[in-house]
Design a protein around this ligand. Sequence first.
Ligand code: HEC
Ligand code: HEC
Ligand code: HEC
Ligand code: HEC
Ligand code: HEC
Length: 166
Amino acid sequence: MKRNSTLILLFAGFVLVIGIVLAAILNDEQPIRYNHEKHIQDADLECVDCHRNVETGERASIPNIETCSECHDDTEDENEEIRKVATYVDEGKRIPWKQVNVVPDYAFFSHRRHVFLGKIKCETCHGNVASMVTPFSEPYREITMDWCLDCHQDRQVSSDCYACHR
Ligand code: HEC
Ligand code: HEC
Ligand code: HEC
Ligand code: HEC
Ligand code: HEC
């Protein structure tokens, strides 16, 4: 009996480790090694130049080939990552970004409300994006109801269930 349960425990531990490793590999891979710092410092862009709906809509929007093609169309560029972008542009294919910050459908969140009306800076919720040199693999702040409510309480904004669960 004792030996059996040790084996079961060992096996369960093994499965768990494999699961964690697989999850890590599958999770943090964006199709291109995008670099925020280069675009803000070297290309002198602002957040809203790429995340075009962030002041006017619910979703900030993640830019794709329509935006990238303005600067990257050289499929022979010496930088391998830029070549990848240019190839998506050349073939008219969407870059399959994985969105990492997600609020479930049953809760309502609007960027316009927070950024334009609430005057909250991107950094408050997303961290120092302007100096990120690798793409997002996880949210800067875990998106939980407590996180939303803490700030709403601090700033005396509605904590009524129906404000967020419509
Ligand atoms: C009050 C917190 C908060 C602020 C301020 C904020 N965001 Fe967000 N952001 C979120 C949350 C929450 C999500 C997930 C939203 C969803 O799933 O609809 C998100 C998602 C995103 C996404 C990915 C999905 C999308 O909406 O298209 C981008 C890009 C983004 N934010 C950029 C920005 C930028 C740029 C700014 C500043 C101009 C900003 N955010 C300000 C909380 C915030
Ligand atoms: C206004 C011009 C402009 C736009 C628009 C633009 N980029 Fe860039 N990008 C640059 C500049 C400038 C560099 C730095 C050039 C270099 O390193 O050779 C760069 C560099 C890069 C690199 C190489 C980063 C590194 O670390 O070496 C990648 C990858 C990249 N861009 C992806 C994108 C993607 C994806 C888009 C669209 C979402 C995009 N860029 C939109 C100007 C732009
Ligand atoms: C040249 C275009 C460009 C500019 C300028 C830019 N971004 Fe992004 N942003 C991207 C791309 C492409 C992605 C998807 C790759 C990644 O996750 O890094 C992204 C992803 C994000 C995400 C994560 C989206 C998700 O998956 O949830 C946030 C948050 C974000 N950007 C915030 C900002 C902020 C804040 C600024 C200004 C300081 C900014 N971005 C400027 C192109 C841009
Ligand atoms: C850093 C502070 C902060 C965080 C975090 C935050 N909010 Fe807010 N929220 C505000 C402020 C400030 C306003 C009021 C903006 C204005 O002036 O209209 C607001 C307004 C709202 C409103 C409109 C409320 C109404 O009265 O109709 C909704 C809905 C909302 N937030 C949802 C969310 C959700 C969902 C989250 C978490 C995913 C979240 N907020 C996280 C600060 C925050
Ligand atoms: C400021 C916005 C906001 C307010 C106000 C709010 N919620 Fe939520 N709620 C969220 C978000 C965002 C999530 C999803 C994130 C998570 O699961 O933590 C959520 C998740 C939930 C869930 C699913 C949680 C789970 O653990 O699966 C329930 C149930 C819920 N809320 C009930 C309520 C009730 C009841 C109230 C009023 C007392 C309320 N919420 C007020 C934003 C809000």
